[in-house]
Design a binder for this molecule. Structure first.
Ligand SMILES: CCCCCCCCCCCCCCCCCCCCC/C=C/C(=O)SCCNC(=O)CCNC(=O)[C@H](O)C(C)(C)COP(=O)(O)OP(=O)(O)OC[C@H]1O[C@@H](n2cnc3c(N)ncnc32)[C@H](O)[C@@H]1OP(=O)(O)O
Ligand SMILES: Cc1cc2nc3c(=O)[nH]c(=O)nc-3n(C[C@H](O)[C@H](O)[C@H](O)COP(=O)(O)OP(=O)(O)OC[C@H]3O[C@@H](n4cnc5c(N)ncnc54)[C@H](O)[C@@H]3O)c2cc1C
Length: 673
């Protein structure tokens, strides 16, 4: 493995673990990267960006003041841009966006939290690609890709994040001057949260209610210059600043923004889907009404990959640490075991490895689906958009929620040392927990998927065709059931039956409530707990099915031992979730109590089978130490030496006696305070 320039010798515990591993680690790395070519490309970018050590901080980030942290993050963002500029100029369209995954991964060596430029590449650029006409793109894209301007995406307001139709910022067209007048009528209409808005960006995309000829046409997108390109001073009519300290994202200068009758040229409305003509005539999009929500769909797709990567980081740290750490003495006169040998520790960690694989493969599949839908839409066909919206919504919701819990589980599995910032786990957690909220809150997105599922159920009942991911509904409404057999295919089938059963129960509840006199909205509202459950069950079935099929497809030409360990992980994922949902299985499938006991036995066997390969499996994520930022998870496993070295960096350790002794402690102890 291309591991890092380690200055310490590798801990013998890890040497032994690596010797035990029975599969070719590099082959698994290629699977996770999507092929050997991608691995080589990734390593090349990582080398360009990291080999010279430019990412290193003179003082550890955590000991800087908030202002210094931010300034350091801007310095490093500019440096990172300079280093990877060639990779940016290779970019020619949305279909190449996956190139940025490699940059994103590499950037983690530079930032323990996040770059203030994240939104520039993560949302400003894709919105220009997705929402601008060809002429607009020709004007904006070169400036964006060359970082001549820096932008962000300002949609959320102080008063509304979820309910986009409730946004209050207005953009009123003035045909006299051919300009839009942007205005923030209330405090709750202030834009709030956009990353980089506080101090970094000079442009942003603003989502505002469009008024022309006295009529409101709903939310539309506008490119707005907010700061002078020379002086960086906010332009007249703009009020902008930073929103303050947060649980994480503290180097992202999330900001607020308000407009006082601020004018922008007509051409700055993003006009790919709807237009305002010079005289103020509004030209409606002739296809799907929600096309202006396109960037959110893209970013939801990207986030599945993002959290899979972060989970890979967390479980690399926790698994390597668990191989080094020894604790307790279950058998008298025998050495303390590695904590990785405890079955409960394996239960905490191996599901993390399997989930990182499942989500990595599901995200690659979703990315392909996204590109296929985009290509249909270029030809004017928006038929597959509702399914993409339903899929990206539930996959974003479930993956961010699962990964948030599993990263916390990785921290628990590292005991007290996991609580240290230098373990790397708190930063990973505080970054990932936000993904559950932003780009569409968990509950909201699952309810969007539920809308789609309820409609699909009604179509299946009516005998009209349904889309591929809900084909299982046809069997369900026909009354056909598959007897429980405990095979991987059988478990996936039962997950589909759970999903179908849950959707069917929701439909019944809504109908019953409506027949007792409630409106559809009220009946829906009272059923939302079940609807969220149904969407979650559907998504679990989709992830499980995709994971199993993708592994079978990709490993068809792999070596035997790689095939075996990959299949063990798929089975572990399926058994874990089957055991987690025994209530649903008993309700919707033909599983018996004895079958549940067999599932448990099989699950515990899988843990034992995976155990010798655990360190090899996390090595296969091929995460350089620079990217992990972890005293517990480095490739050399020198956990204690690294923890001590980190402790010595604390500012409190730079002097033998702190001045508080003379000011407060001594007077207190001597009764003189
Ligand atoms: C070189 C630089 C150096 C620096 C290095 C940096 C690193 C390198 C960069 C690498 C970049 C790559 C990585 C990128 C990572 C990305 C991270 C980005 C970080 C982002 C930070 C956060 C940003 C944000 O949060 S932006 C704000 C997001 N806000 C939301 O998501 C709001 C959620 N709300 C909604 O989506 C909607 O309002 C909703 C869905 C709740 C309801 O909308 P509605 O208008 O009320 O609609 P409704 O009536 O309910 O439904 C009508 C109808 O429409 C359908 N619908 C809804 N939405 C969509 C949609 N999006 N698409 C299609 N259809 C949709 C809905 O289903 C209904 O259909 P029917 O049932 O058929 O009627
Ligand atoms: C770190 C971070 C970065 C962000 N970056 C950006 C950015 O760059 N640009 C940007 O525009 N925005 C950004 N956001 C904002 C983000 O998109 C919103 O916070 C998010 O969409 C949730 O909206 P909200 O905050 O209004 O929550 P709310 O909608 O107020 O949600 C609060 C609670 O109410 C529940 N709820 C709300 N409506 C319903 C309903 N209809 N049914 C059932 N329950 C409901 C939710 O489930 C949630 O539990 C960022 C947020 C964070 C945390």
């Amino acid at each position: 493995m291309s591991q890092n320039k380690t200055i310490m010798e590798v801990n013998q515990e890890l040497v032994k673990e690596r010797a035990k591993c029975n599969f070719n680690v590099l082959e698994v790395t290629h699977i996770l990267d999507g092929g050997e070519k991608n691995t080589l490309h990734r390593k090349k970018i990582e080398s360009i960006a990291l080999d010279e050590g430019a990412y290193k901080d003179p003082i550890p980030e955590e000991y800087l003041s908030p202002k210094e942290k931010y300034e350091n993050a801007v310095r490093k963002s500019c440096l990172f841009c300079k280093i990877v500029k060639n990779a940016l100029t290779e970019f020619t369209g949305l279909e190449h966006f996956s190139n940025f995954f490699v940059l994103r991964r590499t950037a983690d060596a530079f930032f323990k939290e996040i770059s203030p430029f994240l939104l520039h590449l993560g949302m400003f650029l894709p919105t220009i690609l997705g929402q601008c006409t060809t002429e607009q793109q020709a004007y904006w894209l070169p400036r964006v890709l060359d970082i001549q301007i820096i932008g962000t995406y300002a949609q959320t307001e102080l008063g509304h994040g979820t309910f986009i139709r409730g946004l209050e910022t207005t953009a009123t067209y003035d045909p006299e001057t051919e300009e839009f007048v942007l205005h923030s009528p209330t405090l709750t209409s202030y834009k709030w949260w956009a990353g980089g808005l506080g101090k970094t960006v000079n442009y942003c995309i603003v989502v505002a209610q469009l008024y022309t000829k006295g009529v409101c046409h709903g939310t539309h997108l506008f490119i707005v210059q907010i700061r002078d390109e020379e002086t960086h001073m906010p332009l007249p009519g703009i009020k902008v600043g930073e929103i303050g300290a947060k649980m994480g994202f503290n180097t992202a200068d999330n900001g607020y923004l308000a407009f006082d009758h601020y004018r922008i040229p007509r051409q700055n409305m993003m006009m790919k889907n709807a237009q305002v003509l010079k005289d103020g005539t509004y030209v409606k999009p002739d296809s799907h009404g929600k096309l202006t929500y396109g960037t959110m769909v893209l970013v939801r797709v990207i986030l599945v990959n993002e959290v899979a990567f972060n989970l890979a980081k967390a479980c690399t740290i926790a698994t390597r640490y668990s191989a080094v750490r020894r604790q307790s003495q279950p058998k008298p006169n025998e050495p303390e075991p590695q904590i990785l040998d405890y079955t409960t520790q394996q239960h905490k960690l191996f599901i993390c490895i399997a989930t990182a694989h499942a989500l990595q493969l599901a995200s690659a599949w979703l990315w392909k689906t996204f590109n296929a839908v985009m290509s249909d839409m270029k030809k004017g066909n928006t038929d597959s958009l509702p399914e993409l919206h339903a899929l990206s919504s539930c996959l974003k919701a479930l993956s961010t929620s699962d990964v948030t819990s599993l990263i916390e589980q990785c921290r628990y599995s590292c005991g007290g040392h996991g609580y240290m910032l230098c373990s790397g786990l708190p930063n990973i957690y505080s970054f990932v927990t936000a993904t559950r909220t932003y780009e569409g809150d968990y509950t909201i997105l699952l309810l969007q998927t539920a809308r789609f599922l309820v409609k699909a159920y009604e179509q299946a009942e009516a005998g009209t065709p349904v889309t591929p991911t809900v084909l299982y509904l046809i069997e369900f409404v026909s009354g056909k059931r598959t007897p429980w057999d405990g095979s991987p295919e059988g478990i996936i089938k039962s997950f589909q039956e759970i999903a179908a059963g849950n959707i069917s129960s929701c439909v019944k509840s809504i109908r019953n409530r409506m027949s007792s006199g409630l409106s559809f909205e009220d009946a829906w509202e009272l059923t939302t707990i079940q609807l969220v459950g149904a969407a979650e069950a559907h998504c679990r079935a989709v992830i499980s099915d995709t994971y199993k099929k993708e592994i079978a497809r990709i490993t068809a030409s792999s070596s035997t031992n790689v095939k075996i360990v990959m299949e063990q992980l798929v089975n572990l994922y399926l058994h874990y979730w089957a055991l987690n949902r025994t209530g649903d299985l008993l309700r919707y499938s033909s599983i018996s109590g004895e079958d549940v006991a067999n599932l448990q036995m099989k699950y515990e066997e899988l843990l034992t089978l995976i155990r010798p390969n655990a360190v090899g499996l996390v090595d296969a994520f091929d995460l350089r130490d620079e990217i992990l930022h972890s005293a517990l998870g480095s490739y050399d496993g020198q956990v204690y030496k690294r923890l001590f070295a980190e402790a010595l960096k604390s500012p409190l350790n730079q002097e033998p006696v702190n001045e508080t002794f003379h000011k407060y402690l001594k007077p207190t102890m001597q009764g003189k305070l």
